[in-house]
Design a protein around this ligand. Structure first.
Ligand SMILES: NC(=O)c1ccc[n+]([C@@H]2O[C@H](COP(=O)([O-])OP(=O)(O)OC[C@H]3O[C@@H](n4cnc5c(N)ncnc54)[C@H](OP(=O)(O)O)[C@@H]3O)[C@@H](O)[C@H]2O)c1
Length: 491
């Protein structure tokens, strides 16, 4: 009677990564502990249907197996034993992979049928199930976690637990953009729950300017021996991972944001809770341009502003990094979108990104125009701060909501409750990090941003690129009011 063994598991790695190992019929001596040596007979390729692999096992047994089918489309291969010193007869096995719905993990199904000499059924079933399949699952996990699948066979192991050289931009004292200086340093190895990332693109945000000016010293404290490194987000590739790093693997392309500055550098260790894997369609520079700003647009529209069909939304700096995303996404959600910008060129761009009515003003005068256009705004997203205070109050409709997002023109003084009373207004002062405070929520929001990009609800904003060493210039540009879209440092 034929015996049947079926085992399956989920591997914490995208399907392309797992399949790249398993489709190679000659890879097992690099990751499966039962296999001492493997070669493909007759010099054929390891993915050539019909090829025969010859295994020497650690226990001294010898097995020859033939590849019967291989489908890259279905991520499936079938093989059989043609000759073996173990008594497995008519052994045929199939490996099938399926992506888990989050796209970052892989379901692996391994099954076989075979005959055995009488009386040895249970022993050989157990050997296949435990000694080959279960052991193989664990071993492949380890292999991927250590990034060994990314190294050419026989090359040196990746450095772990050692600091690595990094280039970083530091601040010794608060002040103007000229205070930003580039220097060489060492990036610590990842600790428990951390990954070390080779950063390729770093998002520049207005909060970096506030930190540099010393407006939020508790977030970026400076000490003589310990200069501050600004930067809240970056994208790149995982170099190595500490224990318990959420299944992230060396070689994974990722983006992160976090409430502790330090992203203006080439190599950095960060908590894996801040990190998401990037879909193939999103390159590092696009991720750095979109990640923090897109997540911000998501929580503003979806959670805080509850923007939907008919919402009258006023977006300040509508041609800026956050502004363009807000305009496009809100329009897609059916809102009436009004925006303020400081030039005609910016007005054109904001319109192209879905802003229905653009008010051009350099001196923060917009309330009359908003009232005339739509009778007042239900939601104002305000990154301007002090200079727009009175106009915001005047521009809001009854029961309107003023979301104070930032303070590009200067910090907002305290708001008296009575200032809100006249029209039953509400006021909030959110920060993105509280809206992505758990890995599950972060992953969900990131997923929504990538989906919005894929289905055209948002577009990649114009990106201005600067080298990491030119961070000071990038800051000057951000403060100039001359530019549009997002700024990215390329590392
Ligand atoms: N709280 C959060 O969760 C969160 C997250 C992300 C961003 N933000 C805030 O959202 C706002 C937009 O951020 P962003 O990174 O996308 O920047 P941005 O909008 O690309 O750049 C800032 C824009 O603000 C306008 N602005 C008005 N007065 C200014 C002044 N005195 N100096 C400089 N700019 C001035 C300019 O647009 P015009 O010339 O067209 O007026 C400028 O382009 C910022 O206030 C930022 O702090 C907050």
């Amino acid at each position: 009677m034929l015996q049947r063994v079926v085992r399956s598991t989920v591997i914490d790695a995208p399907i392309e990564r797992v399949w790249a190992v398993l489709r190679d019929f000659n890879s097992h001596d690099r990751w499966h502990p039962a296999v001492e040596a493997s070669h493909i007979e007759g010099g054929e390729r390891g993915d050539q249907v019909g090829c025969v692999r010859s295994f020497t096992l650690k226990d001294g047994n010898h097995i020859r197996e033939q590849l019967l089918t291989l489908s890259d489309r279905d991520h499936r291969s079938t093989y059989c034993i043609v000759e073996a010193t173990v008594p497995l007869q008519r052994y045929v096995a199939t490996i099938t992979l399926k992506p888990v719905t989050d796209g970052q993990r892989t379901f692996w199904h391994w099954e076989s049928t075979f005959a055995t000499p009488p009386g040895r059924e249970a022993e050989l079933r157990d050997m296949v199930a435990q000694g080959v399949y279960e052991t193989g699952f664990d071993a492949l996990r380890r292999h991927l976690r250590q990034g060994e699948d990314l190294r050419p066979a026989g090359s040196a192991p990746m450095p772990t637990a050692l600091p690595l050289p990094t280039r970083r931009v530091v601040l010794h004292r608060y002040g103007g953009a000229e205070e930003l200086r580039a220097e060489d340093a060492q990036a610590a190895a990842p600790r428990e729950g951390e990954v070390r990332i080779r950063q390729r693109a770093i998002g520049v945000n207005f909060i970096d300017v506030y930190l540099r000016r010393g407006w939020i010293p508790q977030m970026l404290p400076l000490a003589p021996e310990q200069p501050g490194v600004p930067g809240m987000e970056a994208a790149g590739t995982v170099l190595d991972a500490g224990p318990g790093a959420g299944g992230l693997l060396p070689g994974d392309r990722v983006a992160y944001l976090g409430p502790v500055p330090g992203a203006y550098c080439t190599v950095r260790s960060v908590p894996s809770d801040w990190v998401v894997r990037l879909p193939p369609a999103v390159d590092d520079e696009v991720a750095a341009a979109l990640f923090l700003k897109g997540l911000t647009a998501d929580y503003l529209l979806r959670d805080l502003g509850r923007v939907g069909p008919g919402t009258r939304l006023l977006v300040h700096a509508a041609a800026g990094g956050v502004g363009l995303l807000l305009c496009a996404w809100a329009k897609h959600l059916g809102a009436t979108v009004l925006g303020t910008v400081s030039s005609e060129a910016k007005a054109r761009l904001a319109r192209e990104h879905g802003c229905d009515q653009v008010i051009v003003t350099r001196d923060y005068r917009f309330a009359d125009a908003v009232q005339r256009a739509c009778g007042g705004a239900d939601v104002v997203v305000d990154g301007l701060g002090v200079a727009a205070r009175e106009e915001n109050l005047a521009a809001l409709a009854r029961c309107g909501h003023w979301i104070s997002l930032g303070q590009a023109s200067g910090p907002l003084p305290p708001i008296e409750p009575d200032a809100l009373l006249a029209k039953s207004l509400s006021f909030s002062r959110p920060v993105v990090f509280d809206y992505v405070a758990s890995p599950a929520v972060l992953a969900q929001r990131a997923q929504r941003v990538w989906a919005a990009l894929a289905d055209g609800a948002i577009r990649v904003p114009p990106i201005e690129r600067y080298s990491l060493d030119a961070a000071a210039q990038a800051h000057e540009r951000l403060e100039s009011r001359e530019r549009t879209g997002a700024l990215v440092l390329v590392a």
